[in-house]
Design a protein around this ligand. Structure first.
Ligand code: TYD
Ligand code: MG
Length: 453
């Protein structure tokens, strides 16, 4: 008799292999293959002749904008694109201890206080623990329905007994399991099965669902990478352990702009909104010391000023150190190479450290010019002009290239008391009052400008 066949499933990407492998062929993860029972063939609907006749509608024509359920926590609503869309499913990822449960209790509390039904299911904490946290957040009396459960069937059956809530929070998806799948809880197959059941619940009842997902050290949402493709929005909650700032970032959003951010501060009474984050990230710019440049950036649709700090020092090592916090190390290597090749700077005998102040992570190429300015300033010991912001992308030829949304960046800088900006040439800037613009055609121009401001 044939032996019941099992598969080996990569817990990182969900790829299936017939036998165990040390390294997944598909995503390259090490030690990620776990033996699981195979899924039972194709669903019966595909093999039988039974199906439902549905109407096909013209795609053209007017449609109403999706209704939204706003929480009133404006930093949160901004990231979701103006509030939850009923029936949508959102994945909130973040490292353990970053404050996901705290944020979601606050969100539940805000909705409950508007008289909306909210259900919070925890697979990690008991009633007393969550109650204690709610008390600390001043939400002890908020009408939030709570249960400590992990079996998805039980959760869905229980919820179907009453009117669907406006919001269902599942904390966390990794602790959920379903009978349908014959694997250990926490494996990719279980997480996918549980997520599927909860997504179906959301779509059929119109309840918005938030799934909490833990991320691993390298920033992936552990195990259920696959869940990212199934949900409507993926939001990550990040921050540096030692600091109190937390950034909520939309990585994907079917109902709003991606890359939108919300900024919070962890206080003794939960997460407080930071309404003007630019002031926070550049608080130290007053003492204009060499190596500090202010970047006028954009996160989603929101302008954000950040301080980029560089330290360039002669290296005692044969292979100088390059260390970056908050920026792409490859990008730094490229800027260093361009400064050497196109502006004649000598950095090959120097250690180079680059830090984005405040624990922010910048992904925009427009930060190139500010990073280069910080590097040149540190190398030459020449402080950058005070009250000056930088933005522009640097090409391999050394030319500074235009970037988008210049007026928004300049307006934010002017609002915070900056008076000068160094910008790419031929940039359509729009007139901003009291803002003096200097254009920089290439990196050699930048070096000259810093030497003689
Ligand atoms: P938590 O929401 O449990 O994190 P997660 O669900 O992402 O694992 O947050 C845990 C941290 O937040 C914990 O270290 C304590 C801190 N905290 C505060 O500083 N103030 C507060 O009011 C609360 C509730 C938590
Ligand atoms: Mg938690």
């Amino acid at each position: 008799m044939a032996k019941a066949k099992t598969n080996f499933v990569c817990q990182s990407c969900g790829a299936i292999a017939p036998r165990w492998q040390g390294r997944c062929d598909s995503c390259g993860a090490w030690n990620s293959m776990i033996e699981e029972a195979p899924n039972a063939g194709a669903p019966p609907a595909l093999t039988g002749g039974k199906g439902r006749v549905f109407a096909l509608l013209p795609l053209g024509g007017a449609s109403e904008p999706a209704p939204r359920v706003a929480t009133g926590i404006s930093e949160f609503d901004r990231v979701t694109g103006g509030g939850f869309v009923p029936g949508s499913v959102l994945l909130l990822g973040g490292e353990p201890g970053i404050g996901k449960s705290t944020l979601l209790i606050q969100v539940c509390g805000a909705l409950a206080q508007q008289g909306l039904g909210v259900v919070y299911i925890s697979g990690e904490e008991a009633l007393d623990q969550v109650r204690l946290r709610a008390e600390r957040l001043g939400l002890a009396q908020a009408p939030i329905a709570f249960a400590a459960e992990t079996k998805v069937e039980d959760i869905v059956v229980t919820l179907r007994h009453s009117r669907p809530p406006a919001l269902l929070v599942i904390d966390s998806i990794q602790t959920m399991w379903t009978d349908v799948v014959d694997s250990v809880p926490g494996t990719v197959t279980q997480v996918r099965g549980a997520a599927q059941a909860l997504i179906r619940y959301a779509k059929t009842t119109g309840a918005a669902v938030i799934l909490v997902g833990h991320v691993t050290k390298d920033g992936q949402i552990a195990g259920p990478r696959v869940v990212e493709h199934m949900v409507d929005a993926v939001i990550s909650f990040e921050g540096e352990g030692a600091r109190d700032f937390r950034i909520l970032r939309a990585l994907k959003n079917r109902f709003g702009a991606a890359h939108e951010i919300g900024v919070f501060e962890m206080t003794g009474r939960g997460l407080a909104e930071v309404i003007n984050p630019s002031a926070l990230f550049i608080s130290g710019h007053a003492e204009a010391s060499p190596g500090n440049a202010v970047f006028a950036g954009l996160e989603g649709t929101r302008p954000l000023l950040t301080e980029i700090q560089a330290l360039v020092a002669p290296s005692p090592l044969g292979m100088p150190r390059r260390a970056v916090v908050g920026w792409d190390p490859n990008r730094l290597a490229m800027i260093i190479a361009v400064l050497e090749a196109r502006a004649g700077l000598r950095l090959s005998q120097h250690d180079v450290y680059l830090n984005v102040a405040g624990g922010l992570r910048i992904a925009e190429p427009a930060a190139d010019l500010a990073a280069a300015a910080a590097l040149v300033s540190s190398l030459t010991g020449q402080s950058l002009p005070p009250h000056c912001v930088f933005f522009g992308e640097i090409g391999l030829s050394g030319a500074i290239r235009p970037v988008a949304h210049v007026a928004t960046r300049l307006k934010e800088a002017a609002k915070l008391g900056f008076t000068h900006a160094v910008v790419p040439p031929a940039q359509e800037t729009g007139a901003i009052d009291n803002m003096l613009l200097k254009t920089c055609a290439d990196v050699a121009d930048l070096v000259a400008l810093i030497a003689a401001p």
